[in-house]
Design a protein around this ligand. Structure first.
Ligand code: SF4
Ligand code: SF4
Length: 222
């Protein structure tokens, strides 16, 4: 899922200072699961914004809402039937949701309330770790299911590099070297010979370096 964390409240107050009627809008997708932008977080942020304005003697009206997903036109369009008035949306969705609202609602300012950080999973409660960088050309079948794009500091396709020390990455000494992990896992699976295959030079255009990417599924389009 997409992982995000709420921006510091002072930053959100600063970016929304010009507005008197704000809709704090959560998303019931990934940001709810990682406790960054679900209904609970909407309630908390709305209260903090009201308190902040009160402390500064500013008049402010903060409404609360949430969409099933902010990354889907169908749900963003449902804002048309919103009853309250607002002149800005503070989105608690990931950056995709903020972009989607900005694309579809040309007359409304939209502000990001969270920092979108990575695609990850949760190995234990309250902790999320990056697992995938959405590179558009998955190589996990070659690497024992462990991602060298997202999890190697240099995104090496043929690792480890010379800096790998005692199983740790030379860039971050507290982080396991993913190429050591790939080696150990392939060895454990009795597939260590896969380490000897040299991956060809990679075409990074699928990773978005050539501009925004788009996927079209003909079987799903109308
Ligand atoms: S190789 Fe690419 S698609 Fe596969 S997990 Fe890594 S970043 Fe994601
Ligand atoms: S030490 Fe391992 S994880 Fe770190 S940059 Fe080198 S190969 Fe990548």
């Amino acid at each position: 899922m997409i992982i995000a964390e709420r921006k510091p409240i002072a930053e959100i107050v600063e970016m929304t200072r010009d507005h008197e009627k704000i809709l704090v809008l959560g998303c019931r997708g990934c940001v709810t699961v990682c406790s960054a932008g679900g209904e609970r977080e909407v309630e908390l942020l709305a209260s903090l914004l009201r308190l902040g304005a009160k402390k500064e003697g500013r008049k402010i009206e903060v409404q609360e809402g949430s969409l099933v997903r902010q990354c889907d036109k169908e749900y963003v369009d449902s804002l048309d039937s919103w009853n309250g008035e607002y002149d800005a949306i503070v989105s608690m969705a990931c950056g995709v949701g903020v972009n989607f609202i900005a694309n579809l609602r040309s007359s409304t300012m939209v502000y990001p309330a969270v920092n979108t950080t990575f695609f990850g999973g949760s190995p234990e409660q309250g902790i999320w770790t990056e697992q995938c960088a959405g590179c558009g050309n998955c190589v996990l079948h070659l690497t024992g299911g462990l991602c060298p794009v997202a999890r190697c500091a240099k995104s090496l396709m043929n690792g480890p590099c010379g800096g790998s020390q005692n199983g740790k990455c030379e860039i971050h000494s507290e982080v396991d070297c993913i190429w050591q992990m790939i080696h150990d896992r392939l060895e454990h699976l009795d597939r260590k010979e896969q380490m000897l295959e040299v991956a060809p030079i990679r075409d990074w255009r699928t990773a978005g370096h050539g501009g925004p990417r788009k996927t079209k599924r003909d079987d799903l389009t109308i």
